[in-house]
Design a protein around this ligand. Structure first.
Ligand code: FES
Length: 133
């Protein structure tokens, strides 16, 4: 892999990913696959008072996918669910000082997986309310 096409921030996050791993008793889990390359990313969130208090990711993907996963966990941690839903694919790439155009599809995974985890949390809340628990 040529590192030359990546910004320093991407390389730094790829080498030292933040919040990598799994939350066993997560309140919400979102998994998305990249139709272009077949790579996959899962995001786990813990929620308290509508705020993301903990977040972790597991990514099977390229350097750009790992760097964007790492970056999105930093962006989302501490945010309310509403705020985290507003984090866009572009925000993540911008925070990393850009990604090479051929790698933009990789960065889409992170925002999509985060949003999927939040939706999963909301679904679970709805079910819980219905069952009266
Ligand atoms: Fe698959 Fe980047 S090549 S996520």
């Amino acid at each position: 892999m040529s590192a030359g096409m990546y910004s320093e921030k991407v390389i730094e996050h790829f080498r030292n990913p933040r919040n990598m791993g799994e939350i066993k008793d997560a309140d919400g889990v979102g998994t998305v696959g990249n139709p272009i390359c077949g790579d996959q990313m899962t995001i786990y969130i813990k929620v308290k008072n509508d705020r993301i208090v903990d977040i972790k990711f597991k990514t099977f993907g390229c350097a750009a996918a790992i760097a964007t996963s790492s970056m999105i966990t930093e962006l989302a941690k501490g945010k309310t669910l509403e705020e985290a839903m507003k984090i866009t694919r572009k925000d993540v790439a911008d925070e990393l000082d850009g990604l090479p155009p051929i790698k933009m599809h990789c960065s889409n995974l992170a925002a999509d997986a985060l949003h999927a985890a939040i939706k999963d949390y909301w679904e679970k809340q709805k079910k819980r309310k219905k069952s009266g628990k």
